[in-house]
Design a binder for this molecule. Structure first.
Ligand SMILES: C[S@@+](CC[C@H](N)C(=O)[O-])C[C@H]1O[C@@H](n2cnc3c(N)ncnc32)[C@H](O)[C@@H]1O
Length: 189
């Protein structure tokens, strides 16, 4: 278990507990969250960007790692309701100072954010996945990664995307078959 402050651990439990009653959370599983945190720790990530905040569950997992690496999360969602609730969740978890929340469409917001990232997490509107990748890949440092959710649950929609990233010479990409399927694409050149 990743060592984390009790407030953060409590918000992870609470956000997991509330998901079924919220109905529209569509959040990752706890096992996926643990893996995301492990990836961030393995890469010593200091800067992570996420498209698809929802109620903050995946963000809390990134933040469990970023609290240890002294890093920062940028997260984007188009839903104002989720943006507001996720802000409260991050505040209650005691990690609001480590997060920049952005309200808007990923396609519009990503170009307004400066700098490079260790990791990008794509978990928003599935048809735009390739566009998010195209915007984010040049901003990932060598040795960093893009992680994409739903590559197994949305195989039809994700097929072209997977073929495209698998054919890149500057990437090593592998599917981790946990729950909806996470694609872990490392930037190797
Ligand atoms: C699968 S959920 C994200 C779950 C979250 N990553 C988690 O595990 O806790 C997808 C989210 O993408 C958001 N979304 C949909 N279209 C979007 C867009 N064009 N730009 C940004 N966010 C979008 C939805 O509002 C929804 O909250």
């Amino acid at each position: 278990m990743i060592p984390m402050p009790p407030a953060l651990s409590r918000q992870i439990d609470e956000t997991e507990r509330l998901a079924p009653s919220r109905g529209d959370a569509m959040q990752i599983s706890r096992e996926q969250g643990q893996l995301l945190a492990s990836i961030a720790l393995a890469l010593d990530a200091k800067r992570v960007i996420e498209v698809g905040t929802s109620y903050g569950f995946s963000g809390l997992w990134w933040l469990s790692a970023l609290s240890l690496t002294n890093g920062h999360l940028v997260t984007i969602d188009v839903s104002e309701k989720k943006y507001r609730q996720a802000s409260r969740t991050f505040q209650d978890a005691g990690v609001l100072d480590r997060v920049s929340l952005h309200l808007g469409r990923g396609i519009d917001v990503i170009p307004t954010i400066e700098g490079t990232f260790d990791i990008a997490f794509i978990d928003a509107d599935k048809p735009a996945t390739q566009e998010y990748f195209n915007l984010l890949w040049p901003r990932i440092r060598r040795g960093g990664a893009i992680v994409t959710d739903n590559v197994l649950s949305h195989q039809q929609e994700m097929g072209n995307y997977l073929n495209s990233i698998r054919s890149r010479e500057d990437a090593h990409s592998v599917t981790i078959p946990i729950r909806a399927g996470l694609e872990w694409t490392l930037k190797i050149a």
